[in-house]
Design a protein around this ligand. Structure first.
Ligand code: NAI
Length: 722
C-alpha cells in the first residue's frame, strides 16, 4: 500500500514536494511559463528543497518530475545570461549550478522521470540523478544544445556526460548540440529505462524505492556500452586520437568562427587529464569566457528573435483571424511545388498537386516520396506515418480536387503570363474564399494579383530551396491583401515548421533583393579580373556557407541573370548587371544543372575546381587582378547590408529583427554576426557610412549610403534600439 502526503508547495512556487511513502516526489512546474527552466528563483527553491530532503530521515529517495506536458526541463534561463557582462559573473553562475547538482548527486538517490524535452541544464540535472527513466513520447528529446548559443554546458555536463555514455557519444552530442531520441538514449546508456509515457512517474517511483532500500545500485550508464569504447576511454592514447579527430572536424566545420565547440572539447579533455574537480573548474571558466563572447550574444539574439517570430501572428490588427488550412492545391509539381508538398503532408494536410502533363505529375510525386523516404530512413517517422503521409498527396493534370481547397500555392514557371493564366483558371474552380499564394521569387505580387477577381485573397508565400531543409518563409503582402489572409498564411507557414517573416511587396521582396547587389558585386569583381575561387573563399571566410559564384552555379546562371535583370529594372544604375554574368549566360552555361558553369561538375553533379575555360568568356580574359580578400568581403557585404537598410527605409521590412532573421535563415548570412542590422550595429553606423562613401567614390553610384543609415550614423542610434 502506498501512502501519499499532501503536496508541499508555497504559493507561486515552481517546485512542489509530495511524499509517497518514503519517496519525495518533486514536481517542477514554473508558473506562467510554457516550459520549465532554471531561473534564479528556481535555483533558490531547489536549494531549500534539497535541505528539506536531506534533513528528513523518513525520506529515502527522490523522484524529479515535470508538471508541464511534453517538457521535462528546457534548460537554463537564457535571459539571465544576456544580463551578464563579465566572464567572471558567468563563471560564478556556472560554479553555482555545478555545486547545486553536486549536492544533489551526493545526497539521497534522485530518479529523473523524463517525459518531454530534456535540454541543456535540464539534461545536466538528469545526469546528476542516480537513475533516469525516459518516456517513449515523440516529444521526448535529450540534448546539450549550448554550443548552438555559443556556450558550453556549464553545470557539469562536460564531465558527467562522457562518464555516462562514453567519450565518443558524449562529444558527438556536446559538439553538435543535436537531439537524441529516447531509443538511442537507451542504447548509449544516457537513460536507464524506456517506458510508455503513462507510466513514467510510476516506474520512476519504483526505481526510487529500490534505490532507497538499497536493492538497486545507482546507474552506471557506461557499463551498457560495448567493450571497445570502454577500452578506448580508459586508454590515454586512444583518447588523444579521439580528441585530435574531434578538434580537426570541429575546426573544419566552424572555420574558426565559433569558439564554443573547441572550448567544450577543452573542458572535456581537462576532466580526463586532471580529474573531475579540474574538469569542473575548467568548465566553469570556459563557460564564463564563452558567455562573454560576441558570438554568443549574436546567437542568443537570433534565438530570441526567432522565438518572438513564433509568437507573432504577422499582422498588427488584433481582429484578424487565421482560418484552418486542411487542404492545399499546389500548381506546378516541379522542384518547388513538390518540395512544398513534402512539408505539407507531414502536417496532415491533404495535398493536390497539379502540373501540365502526367509525366511531370509523376515526377513531382516521386520527389515527395524521396523526401519522406529520407525521413523514414533517418527514423524520424515510422513506416505507418510514411504510408499515411504519402497517401495524403495526389496528383492531377486538370483542376479536379481543387473544388474544396483552402489554399492554393502557385509554383509554376517564373513567367507572368503563365502565372496569370493559372490564377484565372483556378479561381473558376476553387471556393470563393480560397487563398491564392504565389511562390514567385521575383515578380511583384501586386502584378500577379492584377489577374485576380479577388486580389484581397492574393499574397506571396516565398519558400526557399530545398523546401524541406530551409527554415525561412517570406510571406509577402500587397496593400490589398486582407489581414485574415495574411494571418492564415503565417499560421500555416509556422505549422509547416517555418520561421515566418511578413514583408511588403516590392521587386525581390526582402531576401532576394538584398542578395542581388551582393551577387552582382561578385560579378563586378569578376569584371575587374578577380579570381573566381578568390571571391568565393573570401566570403566563405566571412562566414557565408558558400561563396557567391558557387551560389550562382547552384541557383542556375539563367535564374540569377533573370532575377538580376528584374532588380536592375526596378532600382536602376546601382544594380546594373555585371558583364561577366551576361557573357557566361550568353555562352549557354547554366551552372550545376547544366553541368557547366563557373566550376567543373562531374557526371553525378559533384562540384570540382574552377573551370578555367570560363575565364575566356570574361572581360579581362585570362588576366587576373590581385584583389584582397578584405576588399572582396567589404564590397559584397556592404552592398548587401546597405540594401537591407533600404528595405527597412522603404517599408519592405517591418523591423530590423525580421531583416536579421530573414538574412540568416533565408540566404545564409553568418549567424555569428547576428544578421545585417546587428552587423551594422557592431561596426557602428558611422563606420559603415564611412566605408560606403569611400567605395562610392570609386564605384559610383553602387555604394551610395541609404538615407536611414546616414541618419543613424548622425544620431549614433543602433538598429537594435530602434
Ligand atoms: P520548375 O521548372 O522545377 O517547376 C515548375 C513546374 O510548373 C513545372 O513542372 C511545369 O511543368 C509546371 N507548370 C508550368 N505551367 C503550368 C501550368 N499551366 N499548370 C501547372 N503546372 C505548370 O520550377 P521551380 O524551380 O519549382 O520554380 C517554380 C516557382 O518557384 C517559380 O516561380 C520560381 O521563381 C519560384 N521559386 C524557385 C526557387 C528555386 O530555388 N528553384 C526558390 C523560390 C521560388
Amino acid at each position: 500500500m502506498t501512502t501519499s502526503a499532501p503536496a508541499e508547495s508555497p504559493p507561486g512556487a515552481a517546485l512542489s514536494l509530495e511524499l509517497v511513502d518514503s519517496v519525495a516526489v518533486v514536481t517542477f512546474d514554473l508558473p506562467d511559463e510554457p516550459v520549465n527552466k532554471f531561473t534564479r528563483g528556481v535555483r533558490d527553491e531547489f536549494a531549500v528543497l534539497l535541505e528539506r530532503i536531506e534533513e528528513d530521515p523518513t525520506i529515502t529517495a527522490v523522484v524529479l518530475a515535470s508538471g508541464k506536458p511534453d517538457v521535462f526541463i528546457a534548460g537554463a534561463d537564457i535571459e539571465e545570461l544576456l544580463a551578464i557582462h563579465s566572464p567572471g559573473e558567468a563563471e560564478r553562475l556556472s560554479a553555482e549550478g555545478q555545486a547545486m547538482l553536486d549536492r544533489m548527486e551526493r545526497g539521497k538517490p534522485v530518479v529523473a522521470a523524463i517525459d518531454g524535452a530534456c535540454l541543456g541544464a535540464g539534461l545536466e540535472a538528469a545526469l546528476a540523478c542516480a537513475w533516469r527513466v525516459a518516456s517513449e513520447n515523440p516529444k521526448t528529446i535529450l540534448a546539450l544544445p549550448e554550443v548552438q548559443l555559443g556556450l558550453i554546458p556549464g553545470a557539469g555536463g562536460t564531465q558527467r556526460l562522457p562518464r555516462t555514455v562514453g567519450l565518443r557519444s558524449a562529444l558527438d552530442m556536446i559538439l553538435s548540440g543535436k537531439n537524441v531520441r529516447p531509443k538511442k538514449a537507451l542504447q548509449i546508456g544516457l537513460v536507464d529505462d524506456l517506458v510508455h509515457p503513462a507510466i513514467v512517474r510510476d516506474v520512476a517511483l519504483r526505481r526510487a524505492r529500490e534505490l532507497g532500500a538499497g536493492t538497486r545500485r545507482r546507474s552506471t550508464g557506461r557499463l551498457r556500452r560495448d567493450a571497445q569504447s570502454l577500452l578506448l576511454d580508459d586508454n590515454p592514447l586512444g583518447r588523444s586520437v579521439v580528441f585530435r579527430q574531434a578538434r580537426e572536424q570541429t575546426l573544419k566545420k566552424t572555420r574558426g568562427h565559433y569558439p564554443a565547440p573547441l572550448a567544450a572539447l577543452d573542458a572535456v579533455a581537462a576532466g580526463y587529464q586532471g580529474g573531475r574537480e579540474r574538469g569542473l573548474r575548467e568548465e566553469a571558466r570556459l563557460f564564463g569566457e564563452m558567455a562573454a563572447t560576441d558570438v554568443s550574444k549574436e546567437l542568443i539574439y537570433l534565438f530570441f528573435a526567432s522565438n518572438a517570430l513564433k509568437k507573432d501572428p504577422g499582422v498588427a490588427n488584433p481582429a484578424a483571424t487565421a482560418s484552418p488550412v486542411e487542404k492545399v492545391g499546389i500548381l506546378g509539381a516541379g522542384f518547388m511545388g513538390a518540395g512544398i508538398a513534402s512539408v505539407a503532408a507531414p502536417q496532415g494536410t491533404v495535398v493536390r498537386l497539379k502540373d501540365a502533363d502526367t509525366g511531370r505529375v509523376a515526377k513531382g510525386l516521386a520527389s515527395v516520396r524521396e523526401v519522406l523516404k529520407e525521413r523514414l530512413a533517418k527514423k524520424q517517422i515510422t513506416r505507418q506515418q510514411f504510408d499515411d503521409q504519402l497517401s495524403l498527396v495526389s496528383g492531377t493534370t486538370d483542376y479536379s480536387g481543387f473544388g474544396n481547397v483552402d489554399l492554393v500555392i502557385e509554383a509554376v514557371f517564373e513567367d507572368l503570363a503563365v502565372k496569370h493564366q493559372v490564377l484565372r483558371e483556378v479561381e473558376l474552380v476553387a471556393p470563393a474564399d480560397v487563398i491564392f499564394a504565389t511562390n514567385t521569387s521575383t515578380i511583384p505580387i501586386a502584378r500577379i494579383a492584377q489577374a485576380s477577381a479577388r486580389p484581397d485573397r492574393v499574397l506571396g508565400m516565398h519558400f526557399f530551396s530545398p523546401v524541406h531543409k530551409m527554415p525561412l518563409l517570406e510571406v509577402i503582402v500587397t496593400p490589398r491583401t486582407s489581414d485574415d489572409v495574411t494571418a492564415t498564411a503565417v499560421a500555416y507557414g509556422k505549422k509547416l515548421g517555418k520561421t515566418v517573416i511578413v514583408v511588403n511587396d516590392g521587386p525581390g521582396f526582402y531576401a532576394n533583393r538584398i542578395l542581388s547587389p551582393y551577387v552582382n558585386e561578385a560579378g563586378k569583381l569578376l569584371d575587374e579580373g578577380a579570381a573566381i575561387d578568390a571571391i568565393d573563399r573570401a566570403l566563405v571566410a566571412f562566414g557565408f556557407p558558400v561563396g557567391p559564384i558557387t551560389l550562382i552555379d547552384e541557383v542556375g546562371i539563367d535564374i540569377a541573370a533573370k532575377s538580376g535583370n528584374i532588380v536592375a529594372d526596378a532600382f536602376g544604375e546601382r544594380m546594373v548587371p555585371s558583364q561577366s554574368l551576361q557573357r557566361v549566360i550568353s555562352a549557354g552555361r547554366l551552372g550545376r544543372k547544366g553541368r557547366q558553369g563557373f566550376y567543373l561538375y562531374g557526371p553525378d553533379g559533384r562540384k570540382g575546381d574552377v573551370d578555367q575555360t570560363v575565364y575566356d568568356l570574361l572581360p579581362t580574359g585570362t588576366h587576373r587582378a590581385e584583389i584582397s580578400a578584405e576588399e572582396i568581403q567589404r564590397r559584397c557585404v556592404l552592398a548587401m547590408v546597405n540594401e537591407a537598410v533600404r528595405c527597412l527605409e522603404d517599408g519592405i521590412l517591418r523591423s530590423p529583427r525580421d531583416g536579421d532573421v530573414g538574412a540568416v535563415f533565408g540566404i545564409g548570412f553568418p549567424p555569428f554576426r547576428g544578421g545585417p542590422f546587428r552587423y551594422i550595429d557592431s561596426l557602428g553606423a558611422a563606420e559603415v557610412v564611412r566605408q560606403l562613401e569611400e567605395l562610392d567614390g570609386r564605384f559610383p553610384p553602387r555604394f551610395e549610403p541609404s538615407e536611414l543609415l546616414i541618419d543613424m550614423a548622425r544620431s549614433g542610434r543602433k538598429f537594435g534600439k530602434l
